[in-house]
Design a protein around this ligand. Structure first.
Ligand SMILES: *Cc1c(COP(=O)(O)O)cnc(C)c1O
Length: 396
């Protein structure tokens, strides 16, 4: 079965991939070309919210593929309308534009805010974002992001994204001026290492933006779709943002994203925004299947319970190994290590036998956990036991 890895040189080397090709997946488990199994606590980067190949999604995709794959974005289709209504009925937003990736949804949010600024704020276009934030890999979303080194990687940047300090309301207030049209942030900075915005900070931000007639945009690409135990993370603070973006979990594994906005902000006119695949029925059918699962009365309470369980078990592990504690919300969590062993532990977890474990180290001193939202307590226990033995051998 090694033959599956012949020909990898035909791919651009955009990341250092190990000699693994996954051939199958089910729930929290993946299987590689040699039949080795891996417990997956990455789930396609917090994407497979219902785990690998859940019946609800495979059935929705197969049924839709037989019926209609793509009539063109110039026409309505049934899954597009159904998903838009599921999203607006269950959020503070009134209208949806579908896209394919988080970066594309954020590009749409930036365009919508800039158009709104042109119409309502004398051409104001600056969007205040935050240090260490992550909003995607297009030129504008890289410019909006606050990742170290990204300001020069593909210089020149798209202008208009001054950076404030996360959880520091004065740093935002200091940047607001006549050119400011919006503030954009992740309710929990994911790639930065699972750093939650304080609830008081979010509320102060809502007040500050309202006082200055500035839009508030939440990038919920990682935190949305039940990840934190609420359908959307902004709900924890009780604020109502003007614009929200979703991706990752919304497709349950397939490329789907959404830009949502309040009615009074929706100023796109025909011709302003588009994209060949926007609202295509195949992906939207997957999104409908995801939303229906998340809306089942017991689903989100179970995410809260599992998140609490994972939190408790990580804290015990931290105490036992003298680490620096855990943090996060729902099933988006991080464990802080005592030094930069994160990358090494993630690699050991991957190569161990007979069962591998997929873990992510977004920063060298940190491990991030983003399991399927329907992960079981037994799977959490198994992950903790594997991590416990890896931490033990790191010490020796
Ligand atoms: C992953 C992510 C993005 C980018 O999404 P893509 O689908 O990779 O373009 C944007 N914002 C946040 C908060 C993310 O976690």
């Amino acid at each position: 079965m090694e033959a599956v890895l012949n020909g990898t040189d035909a791919l651009m080397a955009i990341t250092n991939r190990p000699e693994i090709a996954f051939l199958g997946g089910s729930g929290s488990w993946l299987e590689d070309q040699n039949g080795k199994r891996y417990l997956d606590f990455i789930q396609g980067w917090a994407v497979n919210c219902l785990g690998h190949c859940p019946r609800e999604i495979t059935k929705a995709i197969a049924d839709q593929a037989r019926q209609l794959i793509n009539p063109s974005p110039a026409f309505y289709n049934q899954p597009m309308i159904e998903l838009a209504n599921l999203l607006t009925d269950n959020s503070v937003f009134d209208r949806v534009f579908f896209a394919n990736t988080g970066a594309e949804a954020n590009e749409g949010a930036i365009k919508l805010a800039r158009k709104w600024g042109r119409l309502n704020k004398d051409g104001a276009f600056e969007i205040i974002t935050f240090g260490h934030s992550f909003h995607g890999r297009t030129l504008a979303t890289m410019s909006a992001s606050g990742k170290d080194g990204w300001d020069v990687m593909y210089a020149p940047q798209v202008p208009g994204f001054p950076k404030a300090d996360f959880n520091d309301i004065d740093s935002v207030a200091a940047l607001i001026g006549p050119k400011t049209v919006a503030v954009m942030l992740e309710p929990i900075q994911g790639e930065a290492g699972v750093i939650p915005a304080d609830i008081d900070f979010l509320r102060a931000l809502r007040t500050l933006t309202e006082q200055n007639q500035v839009l508030l945009i939440v990038d919920e690409v990682q935190t949305g779709m039940g990840r934190t135990g609420k359908l959307f993370a902004y709900e924890h603070s009780g604020i109502a943002p003007d614009i929200m973006t979703l991706a990752k979990g919304i497709g349950g594994g397939v490329p789907l994203a959404a830009l949502l906005a309040k009615e009074e902000i929706c100023c796109f006119e025909p011709g302003d925004q588009g994209g060949t695949y926007n609202g295509n029925p195949l992906m939207c059918a997957a999104g409908v299947a995801v939303m229906r699962c998340l809306l089942l009365s017991k689903f989100l309470p179970s995410v809260v319970a599992k998140g609490q369980y994972l939190s408790t078990r990580l804290q015990m592990l931290s105490d036992r190994h003298d680490l620096k504690g855990e943090r996060g919300s729902g099933l988006l969590r991080a464990l802080e290590l005592h030094d930069n062993q994160g990358t090494d532990i993630a690699r050991q977890a991957l190569v161990r036998n007979p069962t591998g474990l997929l873990l992510n180290a977004p920063r060298p001193h940190l491990l991030r956990f983003m399991p399927a939202l329907n992960v079981t307590e037994a799977e959490i226990d198994l992950m903790i036991n594997i991590l416990d033995s890896l931490l033990m051998s790191e010490r020796n």
